[in-house]
Design a protein around this ligand. Sequence first.
Ligand code: ATP
Length: 454
Amino acid sequence: MQLFGMNQEGSLDDSNGSHDGIPASPHEHVSGLLADGIDGDLVIHRVDSAQVVYRRQYPYNIVKFIGGKYLMGSVLGEGSYGKVKELLDIESLCRRAVKILKTRKLRRIPNGEQNVRREIQLLKRLQHRNIIQLIDVVVNDEKLKMYIVMEYCACELQEMLESVSEKKFPIWQAHGYFCQLVDGLEYLHSHGIIHKDIKPGNLLVTNDETLKITDFGVAEELNTFARTDECHVSQGTPTFQPPEIANGQNTFSGFKVDIWSSGVTLYNITTGKYPFEGENIYILFENIGKGVYSIPEGVSDLLEDLLRGMLTIESEKRFSLQQIRQHLWFRKQHPRMLERVMIPPRSDAPSDRLRSLTIIRCLHAMHSDEPSNEEEDSEEEEIATIVESRNRIYHRNNPISSEAGHAELQAAQRQSAEIIKESEEHMPQASSPIQNGRSKKKVKKSKFFSCKTS
Ligand SMILES: Nc1ncnc2c1ncn2[C@@H]1O[C@H](COP(=O)(O)OP(=O)(O)OP(=O)(O)O)[C@@H](O)[C@H]1O
């Protein structure tokens, strides 16, 4: 069968033999009036169907939905398990974040699937203002992807620390975060959950300065009938690990692991330093194991006392959460002497000081003639794609169309217009989910199932 060299987005390849491995094809002269009304002598390049190379054409305006009601925005960050992107819940108009996990990638990470499963199970049960809230889990069986929808946070504490030269917060600000960390930990421990990886990188803040403990990938839930908080495994971040783990003890108190790493976190956010360091993990663990550290100059006596209580080498003598709560530094009202460390703008949008909704950019791209600036993730296939610009690309690349091509073009134009009209109708109405009016023809459908947590 002979074809025009038309690519996946509907554009005709310039098949003079110079592009994308399409070999030179025989030319055929055709005279007469063509479908697009261009008259004259024409050359049609014929390409064998086996030789057609499909490729994506960018930029084009795309809008992605997951689970039928979440509109996907830009990438917020990336962890070892996958990307985290911004979402807009079309029904509630709430801003969300989604962790995108690929089953195949998870299988390559030691304990990857197991950790994710445990994290979801744990998060489902938890509801506290200082613990990240799981909103929804969407699974796409066809694409072997899982979408973990969470409440949206503006920034990680780690990112805020890195945005200032001293790498620390003013005491009053650090105190505010620390008190919230203790509240969150108390809730977790009361539910028999050990986080095991407390550190500034796993503490998120919302725009209203609420701290959220996140990343339960290595957390452990104690057996309901367990009489102690004894644990055997720890996979947390080395710098924040206590001496009992650094020294390779087989069993240790889970609660006290979280107290120690919260102590290292408090040390870090108030001084900009770490109590233990090492050129490699062996030296680091040797230093932690010895438990010898110094308190930097400028730290108040009260704070030093609290830090020493939390960083006590013997876990039995280490402060408990109750002791921390009763400590004078914890209970003190710290004067606001220094300026707050603000949430910095994102590195990919330095002029956007308020970290505004990235979905606006997608919506703008969707409704305007401008091609989207959003770089398409080649690995991340779209769930629903609106190929508005397909028509423009088609026009640009197809000065000559066959009748079939012309019909396809008209269909694509009708389709785009309908989808855009429909989106406009449904978008502002929280009660009218966009998927209700969506026809199967218009949006590439995927097999989803979604399990709500609430
Ligand atoms: N709920 C959220 N709201 C906003 N941004 C988030 C949210 N969760 C994660 N992020 C961003 O996404 C990034 C990646 O998060 P993720 O939890 O996947 O990995 P991580 O904790 O940084 O690393 P790892 O998974 O390797 O321990 C974070 O650094 C953070 O900036």
